[in-house]
Design a protein around this ligand. Structure first.
Ligand SMILES: [Zn+2]
Ligand SMILES: [Zn+2]
Length: 369
C-alpha cells in the first residue's frame, strides 16, 4: 500500500482498487477519491464524533521526551529560503514552497522525529472554491499591481497545507496585588475677577487591594508554525474544533503538511500569555471600583493538558519586488485573509487624475459663475 521508499518526501500513498492510480482525500467528504477513474474509498478508522483525548503536559515533558507510540518519523523537505519544513503531495517530486514560493530542492529532504498529531480537521473547502475566493479577493484589490491580478488565475499556485497547532488546557489560580480607584467629587473655590466661585472636580482615591482568582482554560489554540504571520492566522479563527477527527494519514493524501517549528514547551509559553490576558480582565473585575491598577500577578498552572492538531489552510505565496505576500483561506469556513502589495504607479496616477479633475471643475465653475 505504501511505497514511501521510492518517494521519500511525500506522504503515504493509497492506491485505487480499480486502476491503481493514487487516491487523494476529497475535501468535505470522508472519502479518498481517484482523480482518474473516480472510484471512491471510505476512509477507515474514522472516529469522528468520538471523545477527544488530551495528553498530560508535565508527564509528557518529564517522560524523557515522549514514548515511541506518540512519536512519528516524517519525511520533509526544507525550504532554503524561509526554513519551512513541509511534505509534498503524493507523486509530487518538485514544487515551490507554499509559504514563500521559492522552488524547493528535493535533495534537501530530511527525516525528523516529531510528536504525532492526534487530531485534525479535514479540508472542507475544495480547491476550485478556494481558487474562486482567491480570484474574488484579487479582483477587489484596488491599486494592486497588474502582475498580481494575473497571478491569481493559476490554480497550481494554491496549495492545501495542513498547518500544525497545539492546544492547551489548564486550571489557573492567581494571587494578585493592586489598587482600587474610586471616583470622588470634590468642591473647591476659585476667585474669578474678584468673585469667589464654587466648582467641582472628580478625583480618584486609590486603595491597595489583593486577592485570588481562579480560571479554567479549555483549548487555547497556539500556532506551531513559524511560516505564516500570526496576525493573519488569528483572523482565520474560529476553527470548529468540536469537529476534530482522529489523525489519519489518509486525510493528508493529495495535500501538503507542515512540521511544527514551535515545540510543545515553547508553545505553552505562548498559551500562558494568552491566558494571562484573560486573567488580567478577570482580576480587574475582581478589584472592582471605578479604576484598577495591577501591580503583580502570580499565576500557577495545574492540570495542564495538550493536543497536537493539524488545521487545513489553502495558501498562495507570491513574490513581488523581493517581498513575499501570502494569501490564506480557512479550509473549513472559507474565511479569506491576505497580505497585499500596493502599486505606487496606480496610486500616483489616481491622485494626479483627482487633482486634474478638481482643476477642471474649478475652471468651469469660474467660467460660468
Ligand atoms: Zn482509479
Ligand atoms: Zn519557503
Amino acid at each position: 500500500m505504501s511505497d514511501e521508499a521510492t518517494d521519500p518526501i511525500s506522504v503515504k500513498h493509497y492506491k485505487c482498487e480499480n486502476c491503481g492510480a493514487d487516491l487523494t482525500y476529497a475535501p468535505g467528504t470522508a472519502n479518498l477519491k481517484c482523480d482518474y477513474c473516480g472510484t471512491e474509498m471510505v476512509i477507515t478508522d474514522d472516529s469522528a464524533g468520538g471523545r477527544v483525548e488530551e495528553t498530560d503536559f508535565l508527564n509528557y515533558l518529564s517522560e524523557n521526551n515522549i514514548d515511541d507510540e506518540q512519536k512519528t518519523v516524517i519525511h520533509t523537505v526544507k525550504c532554503n529560503s524561509c526554513g519551512a519544513l513541509t511534505t509534498l503531495a503524493v507523486h509530487v517530486t518538485s514544487g515551490d514552497c507554499a509559504f514563500c514560493s521559492t522552488p524547493l530542492v528535493v535533495e534537501n529532504s530530511q527525516t525528523c522525529t516529531v510528536i504525532k498529531p492526534r487530531y485534525l480537521l479535514p479540508f472542507k473547502i475544495i480547491q476550485k472554491d478556494a481558487l474562486s475566493a482567491y480570484k474574488q479577493w484579487i479582483k477587489k484589490l484596488w491599486f494592486a499591481p497588474n502582475k498580481i491580478k494575473k497571478y491569481g488565475s493559476t490554480a497550481d499556485k494554491l496549495s492545501g497545507v495542513y498547518i500544525p497547532y497545539w492546544t492547551y488546557d489548564a486550571q489557573t489560580g492567581t494571587d494578585y496585588r493592586g489598587e482600587r480607584g474610586t471616583n470622588h467629587t470634590e468642591t473647591y473655590t476659585v476667585t474669578v475677577n474678584g468673585k469667589r466661585e464654587t466648582r467641582t472636580r472628580t478625583v480618584v482615591h486609590w486603595r491597595p487591594v489583593s486577592g485570588y482568582v481562579e480560571k479554567f482554560f479549555d483549548d487555547v489554540l497556539v500556532l506551531a508554525s513559524t511560516s505564516l504571520p500570526n496576525k493573519y492566522t488569528e483572523k482565520l479563527e474560529p476553527w470548529d474544533l468540536e469537529n476534530l477527527v482522529q489523525f489519519n494519514e489518509q486525510y493528508l493524501s493529495g495535500f501538503r503538511s507542515e512540521c511544527y517549528q514551535i515545540n510543545l514547551r515553547n508553545g505553552f509559553e505562548t498559551a500562558k500569555s494568552v491566558m494571562d490576558n484573560a486573567i488580567r480582565v478577570l482580576v480587574r473585575q475582581n478589584i472592582g471600583g471605578d479604576h484598577q491598577r495591577i501591580h503583580s500577578l502570580l499565576t500557577s498552572h495545574s492540570d495542564i493538558k495538550f493536543k497536537h492538531i493539524l488545521l487545513p489552510i489553502w495558501i498562495s505565496a507570491y513574490r513581488f519586488n523581493n517581498n513575499v505576500y501570502r494569501f490564506m483561506i480557512n479550509g473549513r469556513t472559507g474565511e479569506v485573509q491576505g497580505e497585499r502589495p500596493w502599486s505606487w504607479v496606480k496610486i500616483t496616477l489616481a491622485s494626479l487624475s483627482a487633482v486634474a479633475l478638481a482643476g477642471i471643475i474649478y475652471y468651469y465653475w469660474r467660467m460660468y459663475s
